[in-house]
Design a protein around this ligand. Sequence first.
Ligand SMILES: Cc1cc2nc3c(=O)[nH]c(=O)nc-3n(C[C@H](O)[C@H](O)[C@H](O)COP(=O)(O)OP(=O)(O)OC[C@H]3O[C@@H](n4cnc5c(N)ncnc54)[C@H](O)[C@@H]3O)c2cc1C
Length: 451
Amino acid sequence: MTPAHDLAARLGRALDTRPETLRACAQDFGHIVRGAPLGVLRPRSAAEIKDLLECAGPQGIPVSVRGGGHSLYGQGQADGGIVLDLRAMNRVGPVTDDQVSVQAGALWRELLAVTLPHRRTPAVLTDYLGAGIGGVLSAGGLGGATHRHGLVADQVLELEVVTGAGEHRICSPDRDPELFHAVLAGLGQCAVIVSATLRLVPAAARVRRYCLYYADLGGCLADQRRLAEEQRFPYLEGQARPADGPGWQYMIEAVAPYDGPYPLDDRTLLAGLSYDPAAVETEDLGYGEFAHRVDTDEEALRATGEWLHPHPWLNLLLPHDSAESVVRAVLADPAFRDLRDTGLVLLYPVLSSRLRAPFFSRPSGEVLYLFALLRTAPPGSPETVAAMLAANRAAYELARSRGGVAYPVNALPLSDADWQDHHGVRWPAFAEAKRRHDPHLVLARGHGMRF
Ligand SMILES: Cc1cc2nc3c(=O)[nH]c(=O)nc-3n(C[C@H](O)[C@H](O)[C@H](O)COP(=O)(O)OP(=O)(O)OC[C@H]3O[C@@H](n4cnc5c(N)ncnc54)[C@H](O)[C@@H]3O)c2cc1C
């Protein structure tokens, strides 16, 4: 009897061990590494998750959760273990004026489909709504409203979890706070999130989006810092984009929500900034259309097939003082030249004091920048992927030498020393939480963390 059959027999129900299922769960959005599980379980209740962990834990069988499946480097895979596919646990509601409960296998777009008819939304959303609730909460979740309201994970009021030890628990800032804080932005190490109660805020009917362009990186970063500190816009992001010549130009994307006629004066809102006045783009969108803006990119990339190509993505958080030098060096590095053709470079500020989840690592200082290098490799070219991973490593080393950290939704394998360095002074507390809640160390091994 194989370990999967043995486990299935003990659980009293069949694991899905069909070859096509195992193949599907042996990959993710990154399309770089593959780890085939022994079987896939699709639970419909916390009790089923508890049963699995009670059996798998003592046998040391790895268990990984799959929600939206958007890991970049096998973080949600369970090589030789069990994948818990939570997609069937996607109930959303009930919704009240200020909160919603949602099962962790739902996607963010499924949550918004229920809350927006009530004119309600979480205060912070990631750019892409196709990721899973549990996947984003376990990473932290950064978006355009983070400079104002913190992480997506900071919007959680209460969690229902099953720990690696198989304990079914409810936790919140007041009830079992140690577990609550170990799970949010905790990279799935301590518990499987079953459901979450999220804070909601009123959703505006429409937004006005301004795209402001800069030839000069220093000027763009200074204006981003100013806008973040002044909290002038509820939503603030930015990008580096290829310039017409060999260099780069920089863009601030600032968004103001409104109801009824636009109540603000563009000039006043943009006063004192050093953007190129000849290149300002302004557009008005419905709030839902704005929240779903990446859907059209997804459709286009699915149509060309690129959505299924390898994605050696790298997300870094940089401190204010070294952001300019790191961004300049990486964008000038020939190893990242392909970013000009197929990539997307995000560059926007967040304020450290707004980030509350204690295990979300961040550089020191108040003003930080997300620097995301999102590129696509051609299929069937492992040597290109290997070169891109090497470039990711070099950029990470550079950022780290200047006070930066990884935002760990990356194609960037980290060593034991890297992980300890990533968590810094919080590593002992993180490792202690892991050993307490997942004593058999079976959960989320795909992150490559060892305790
Ligand atoms: C197109 C695209 C755009 C993105 N944009 C943003 C962005 O703007 N901001 C941002 O912050 N991130 C962004 N991300 C990254 C994304 O938030 C993370 O990759 C996220 O972890 C994906 O979650 P998932 O459920 O889709 O992936 P999965 O691969 O299913 O899960 C990812 C990880 O989360 C863990 N996990 C999943 N569910 C649970 C659970 N219920 N309990 C415990 N652990 C769980 C898994 O074990 C795995 O380690 C983007 C990703 C993509 C592909």
